[in-house]
Design a binder for this molecule. Structure first.
Ligand SMILES: [Zn+2]
Ligand SMILES: [Zn+2]
Length: 361
């Protein structure tokens, strides 16, 4: 756990920073890392009266010339930034900008120079297997920027498809490759949505599995205090809800329970609250068998235990009594032939109605 710095702790940092506006400089001087410096400055920038958006130091062409000379010696942007107490990005950007002027050759170019096609195609083969530049770098012990530059340069002749390009191609088809255990290409709906057009990198199935494992690993019983708190929060929330909201909540819970029960026996079920309302409408809001109009529920026409999912062509409205006497029986064991054909008609009607509603939306 990093130490949390108070405003008093970082006041001396800010004084130094005002004379020499470089996070690297301050970080070195106070023996902290520069990200911590930036984070603390960001938090207290108003109190400290500092501007941290950019390096405020005015950079002259003489400065850049000096950096360029140093760069030629050490071939490291990082070392230049450290030696001159400037922001790393400032160094990189300015040296690239004045490359010609100061006759710079960057390390990545030197690293990439004089590589034979034979060597490069070995990297390519490795990349095709692992889809990871880092693994190529490690295996052949070559500089990352050389690998990156040369594989991109020769990608067509080497027949490489970079993972980023594949990602773009899949995105156009509304698909994505799961980064998790399954590694499959799935449609975007199979990934949790994070907002602003972003999806999780692992699919819902892998994500759920991962979370369950994590939960099992960190399992700890709740204390009495926590249980009491949770109870209070729940009942306060419930007290604020209108009867309509409570009804909807209950319906959603029932639907989720049903889905869970189905998934225990390996049946993928997706019967929504809208589906349920539609089935109630089609069956005229009463028990199909005895026509009672209260204590109703949705019954799996062909039973779940035989592997049939609930959907609008397998859902019948029954009262509790009829539902429990049907239980796990196959339809033919419970209904008469006439009833069966009536039910089939109602299923057709439900299907049609659902299609119509979908077309409206
Ligand atoms: Zn997955
Ligand atoms: Zn009934």
């Amino acid at each position: 756990m990093p130490k949390a710095f108070t405003l008093d702790d970082i006041k001396p940092w800010a004084e130094e920073y005002k004379n020499n506006p470089s996070f690297v400089y301050v970080a070195n001087k106070f023996n902290v890392d520069r990200y911590t410096v930036r984070k603390c400055f960001k938090k207290y920038k108003d109190e400290l009266g500092i501007n941290i958006v950019k390096d405020t130091k005015e950079i002259t062409i003489e400065d850049i010339k000096a950096w360029a000379e140093k760069y030629k010696e050490v071939l490291s942007f990082r070392a230049v930034a450290r030696d001159f107490n400037v922001n790393l990005n400032t160094v990189i950007n300015n040296l690239h900008l004045h490359k010609e002027e100061f006759g710079l050759i960057f390390k990545e170019e030197l690293d990439a120079k004089d590589r034979t096609m034979e060597e490069i195609s070995k990297w390519a083969d490795e990349y095709k297997i692992t889809q990871s530049l880092a693994k190529v770098v490690k295996k052949f012990n070559v500089p990352h920027c050389a690998v990156n530059r040369l594989l991109h340069e020769h990608k067509d002749e080497l027949g490489i498809v970079f993972i980023t390009e594949e990602r773009e191609r899949l995105a156009l088809e509304g698909k994505k490759k799961c980064n998790g255990e399954c590694g499959q290409i799935k449609s975007l709906e199979e990934f949790g949505y994070l907002g602003e057009g972003q999806y999780r990198s692992t699919c819902k199935v892998c994500q759920r599995k991962y979370e369950n494992e994590l939960r099992a690993k960190n399992k700890r019983p709740l204390t009495e205090e926590e249980k009491r708190h949770n109870r209070e929060v729940r009942s306060a929330r419930k007290a604020k809800m209108t009867p309509e909201e409570l009804r909807i909540r209950q319906e959603k819970r029932t639907a989720a329970q049903r889905k869970r029960r189905a998934s225990y026996i390996g049946v993928e079920e997706n019967f929504t609250v809208e589906d349920k309302n539609l089935i109630f409408e089609v069956f005229g809001g009463k028990c199909f068998k005895c026509k009672k109009d209260h204590g109703l529920s949705v019954d799996h026409h062909k039973p779940l235990n035989a592997g049939f999912a609930l959907n609008i062509e397998n859902a019948v409205i029954l009262c509790i009594g009829c539902n429990s006497s049907k239980h796990d029986k196959m339809p033919e064991e419970f209904y008469t032939d006439k009833e069966l054909s009536e039910i089939n008609e109602l299923f057709k009607k439900a299907k049609l109605l659902k299609e119509q509603k979908q077309n409206v939306n």
